[in-house]
Design a protein around this ligand. Sequence first.
Ligand code: FO1
Length: 310
Amino acid sequence: MIVAFSGGVGGAKLAAGLATVVKPERLTVVVNVGDDFEHLGLRICPDLDTVMYTLAGLANPTTGWGLAGDTASFMAALKEIGGDTWFHLGDRDLATHVERSRLLAEMSLSEVTLSLCRRLGVRQAVVPVSDEQVRTIVRTTEGPLNFQDYFVRRRCAPSVLGLTFEGADSAAASDGFLQAMCHPQLEAIIFCPSNPHLSIAPMLAISEVRACLNSRRAPLIAVSPIIGGAAVKGPTAKIQKELGLQVSASGVADLYQGLIDGFVLDVQDADLAHTVSVPTLVTQTLMRDRSDRKNLAKSVLEFAASLRTR
Ligand code: FO1
C-alpha cells in the first residue's frame, strides 16, 4: 500500500503518476480539506475535486483545477443577476458541487467522495484526511482571511503572518486514512510536492494524523514543491519568504525535519542535497507531461524501497 498526501494541482500530478505504476487497490491518496468552504450554498472541496478529476483524466490542463473543456454559462448568468463571481465554477464542475452538497445531508464526505470517484471511474482510494471540518485561516497583515478569500479573491496578495487550522484540534482522521496507514503491506508514505504550509500542514495539524505518522511502519518521503528557489505553481515561495524561511528545497526539508525519512529534490537543486539531514534523492521533479509524472512516481517508489532495506 502506498499512501500519498496531496493538496491540489502539484500533488494531484504525482498522485496520477503513482496511479500509472501502482495497482489501484494499492494506492490511497489522502487529501487536504483545509481549503474547503461553503459558497453559493454549496460545499466546495477544491483539493478533493482536483485529485479526483486528475486521476479520472478529466482535469483542465491549463489551470490544473476544474474540468477540461468546461463552459461558463452559469457564471455568465450569475454575473448578469449581480451574483458573486469571484470564484469560478464551470458548468459541468457545478454538478459535482450540487451533488456533493445534496449527498452530504445523508452521508460523510468520505462516502460522498467514494461515490463521485466511482461515477467518474477513479478506482484508487481518494480520501479526505478527515470527515470533520478543518478550515485554514490565513493570518495576514490585513487581518485573518478564510483560505479562498486569501487564495482566490485576494490572489495571495496580502503578506502572511501565520496560519491557523480551525477544527484541527478536535477533528478525527478519516477511516480511509487510518485503514491505509494500518495496511499490513504499507510500503511508503509520500508527501506529494504540495504547498507545505497550505496543503500538508492542515493535515499534520490533526493530532490523530500526526500520531499515526509518528508510529509509521514505512518510510515517509517528501517531494519538494520548490525548484531552483521558485515554486512550480502557487504561493509556496512567497509564503516561505514572508514567514522568514529559506526559499529553497532546503527550506522545505527544514519544515519536515524530524518527521520524514527521505527527501526528494530536483536536479537543479543537486548542490543543496548535502544540506538535508535525511537521505535524499536528486531527480527531475518538474512534471510537464504524463511521462514526467510516471518517471517521478517510479523514482520515488524505488527510493522508498531503498530506505526500507537500510
Ligand atoms: N482557483 C482560482 O485561482 N480561481 C478560481 O476561480 C478557482 C475556482 C475553483 C473552482 C473549483 C475548484 O475545485 C477549484 C478552484 N480553484 C480556483 C482552485 C482552488 O481554489 C485552489 O487551487 C486550491 O484550493 C489550492 O489547492
